[in-house]
Design a protein around this ligand. Sequence first.
Ligand code: SF4
Length: 334
Amino acid sequence: MVQFSTNKLRISSGMRPTGQLHLGHVVGALKKWVALQDQYQSFHFIADWHALTSDYADTSKINDYRIEMMIDWLSAGLDPQKSVLFVQSAVPEHAELHLILSMITPLGWLERVPTYKEQQQNVADKDLGNYGFLGYPVLQAADILMYKANAVPVGEDQVPHVELTREIGRRFNTLYKETFPEPQALLTQVPRLPGLDGRKMSKSYNNDISLSDSPEKIWKKIKGMMTDPARKRRHDPGNPDVCPVYSYHKIYSSEETKQVVQRDCRTAKIGCIDCKNWVSTSLVKDLTPLLDSRKKYVSRKGDIQDIIKDGNNRAAEVAKETMQEVRQAVKFSG
Ligand code: SF4
């Protein structure tokens, strides 16, 4: 029998299994989730239905991606004894709640979500003109409200989605019955890790450092990374505050190194290659324990299946309770 702590606040958050994770996932989500798992009753799901919104045409690898993602999560330190780690599509109640919430969500709310237009403009290699893509914030709302989450650990760009979830939950509570608490965005003070070109790190922008990259490949990518655009030649002074490489220093380098970069970039005393070499070395060092742990989990795929199954059962237990309440609220029970 699964025990759920009654005195801990809940969080819910997922990740789309669309291939190998990158460093943005580790810094932007996984490290936060690991830090929060003692404090909150955490529900984390592999958002495979969300993956379909953009990757519906080829689902041949989705099963491998699910397993790989769970391996990455465990390697990063998520503990299945503390957090409920599961696969979204294994809990079909998510789809039912999504359907009901989609009925009460005005179209205008979805059309004004900033990531909707931003992604349609930036993602050139996929068709995002589908109904599912417009509606994915409603599915997100279902994922969050299902577990009556009090908070959602997100990056700045996802804050509008949490706001929308609150609006949808509020509308449900007003139309039918007080059912859902209002989740708050939980922004933690981790500096943003941009992609190699300074934009948000994303596989679809081809600007990511993947967890499968070798140290040599990481160095090659960082070597080619965008810097302060005003620093065109070696003797031009630069400004670390506008340089994406410095954003990496903020996360991976010692205080001493950061001070050296802040001082000597501005006088052109150091070159960008040295600066990039320092950050690449400390990044690889930081990543090594995760990659070592990953190797161990890869050889235990049977255990991973068991962990997923157990997480699915624990999530379903809560989801079934919530859906009973929801059906009663909308008079669709019995
Ligand atoms: S020295 Fe470092 S911080 Fe300065 S512009 Fe070059 S890469 Fe960026």
